[in-house]
Design a protein around this ligand. Structure first.
Ligand code: ADP
Ligand code: ZN
Ligand code: MG
Length: 479
């Protein structure tokens, strides 16, 4: 029997980032989300005859920052084009986008090569309502809200470098935190300010040539994207194993049913008949514009992660958590600067104990725990002035009412026990109280020692050092 063919997955992503500019891409309407429909419109974004577009300089600035964040080549001359398609959400009958000459080309983020990044305008929002919802009595109707129409978008296209659903999710998370860090977008998938299409193919391992791809459209959460990709990879593998071809098509993934349905096939694919937008001159990037974009760039999450790992010695997961959640990283660095706590335990206390107590999405800067207080607490623990268990009690107090860790240790009587002299009688009492446990340990079974440690911790309110308790147990039982 010949061994079964192994397939590998190939994914390229097309991501739309809604830019958080003050006004739309080509007119002076403000951006809105959730406003009364059709209250943020003007002749330009409604495509009234004679209205002319004007390029939003802030969108160009944000586009350049995105290019810098993705390590792209920033093209000093780029062109807006008309992308023709007919749909109610596009009142001009075309979208102004960039085709042959995008603002940014090439680049890399998180090991995935970026093909290009260009600017364009968002479509309006079509709302399909069942009978009665629209104005046409008794029949289904579609209504259009033009508030979103003309919102600036940056479309980022990756090379087909991604090899799994998990990697796609990871790349998108890095992209999201990077965009958020540079402040160009809210990057909120639920609200549609970050949208992603996934191009997916598979091929036998070792084959150079890419397989036929399908495109998964409009998935609005990270989990759905990963699940959609997994479902599509499984579907393609099923086809190929059954000797059937993958057909190039656009698919919709329904996260409720896990079902993939075809939206359109290659034959129905659009011919957009791109041509340069005659109402706009080419975009020329001056050295001043580049300088302004460069000056606006903060340290990016990927660079911060590397710095935390390389310079502070944090483990990869902790470095990533602190670097990708900017406010957490800022808090950690403030604590590091204010106290004399060691970076590694301070990072661990921040990402574990503090995050656990505050909740995953809470900015600790707004909590009762001042950075200096956390640093002080960690120093008390690492210098063995208090045990880790007592430290947690102190942190509970800090979270609840703030204050100074040293003062809390004092008032709550949480200082670590002096040493063997103080601890030995407590251990002896615990062994005496649980003779069967003591007997098992004496017989060489160390498993039940937890019961003794627990009793000692209870008696000392967590002030005893667990290792010291273990040592004393062994000593007292003659092991
Ligand atoms: P199209 O012409 O259909 O728009 P492009 O070549 O412009 O296709 O690529 C669009 C996206 O699809 C890019 O992210 C690219 O990396 C990805 N892609 C292209 N070919 C494949 C393939 N065979 N498998 C997976 N992704 C692909
Ligand atoms: Zn407008
Ligand atoms: Mg293309």
């Amino acid at each position: 029997m010949t061994p079964a063919v192994e397939y590998e997955t190939v994914i390229g992503l097309e991501i739309h980032v809604q830019l958080a500019t003050r006004t739309k891409m080509f007119c002076s309407c403000g951006l809105g989300f959730g406003e009364e429909p059709n209250t943020r419109t003007c002749p330009v974004c409604l495509a009234l005859p004679g209205a002319l577009p004007v390029i939003n300089a802030e969108a160009i600035h944000f586009g350049l920052m995105i290019g810098l964040a993705l390590g792209c080549k920033l093209n000093d001359r780029s062109i807006f084009d008309r992308k023709q398609y007919f749909y109610p959400d596009s009142p001009k009958g075309y979208q102004i986008s960039q085709n042959e000459d995008p603002l940014c080309s090439g680049g890399e983020l998180g090991g995935v090569r970026i093909h290009r990044a260009h600017l364009e305008e968002d479509a309006a929002k079509t709302i399909h309502s069942g009978g009665g919802g629209g104005r046409i009595q008794g029949s289904a109707a579609s209504v259009v809200d033009f508030n979103r129409g003309g919102t600036p978008l940056c479309e980022i296209v990756t090379e087909p470098d991604i090899t799994s659903a998990e990697q796609a999710g990871e790349f998108l998370r890095l992209l999201r935190t990077t965009m958020r860090r540079i402040g160009v977008s809210d990057v909120n998938m639920e609200e549609g300010s970050l949208r992603c299409d996934a191009n997916i193919s598979i091929r036998p391992v070792g084959q150079q040539e890419l397989g036929v791809k399908t495109e998964l459209k409009n998935m609005n959460s990270f989990r759905f994207i990963e699940r959609g990709i997994r479902a599509e990879v499984a579907r393609q593998e099923g086809l190929l194993r059954a000797g059937e071809p993958v057909v190039q098509e656009t698919l919709h993934f329904d996260p409720r049913t896990e079902r993939l349905t075809s939206m359109r096939s290659k034959e129905e694919a659009h011919d957009y008949r791109y041509f340069p937008e005659p109402d706009l001159t080419p975009v020329t990037i001056t050295p001043e514009m580049l300088e302004r974009a460069r000056a606006a760039m903060p340290e990016l999450p990927a660079a911060r992660q590397a710095r935390f790992a390389d310079e502070l010695g944090l483990n990869p997961d902790t470095a990533k958590l602190l670097a990708w959640r900017t406010e957490l990283g800022d808090y950690f660095e403030a604590a590091l600067a204010e106290g004399d706590a060691d970076a590694v335990p301070l990072a661990n206390w921040t990402t574990n104990e503090l995050v656990q107590r505050l909740g995953a999405d809470v900015d600790p800067a707004g909590s009762n725990v001042r950075p200096a207080a956390l640093a002080g607490l960690v120093t008390l623990v690492t210098e063995k002035k208090i045990t880790a268990g007592a430290g947690k009690t102190v942190l509970d107090k800090l979270v609840a009412e703030g204050g100074d860790p040293t003062a809390i240790v004092e008032t709550e009587n949480l200082a670590a026990m002096g040493g063997a002299e103080e601890l030995a009688p407590v251990v002896a009492a615990a062994l005496e109280a649980q003779p069967d446990v003591a007997a098992r340990i004496r017989g060489g079974d160390m498993k039940p020692i937890g019961a003794i440690i627990g009793a000692v911790m209870k008696e000392t309110k967590g002030r005893a050092d667990g290792k010291e308790v273990t040592r004393l147990v062994r000593e007292q039982l003659g092991l």
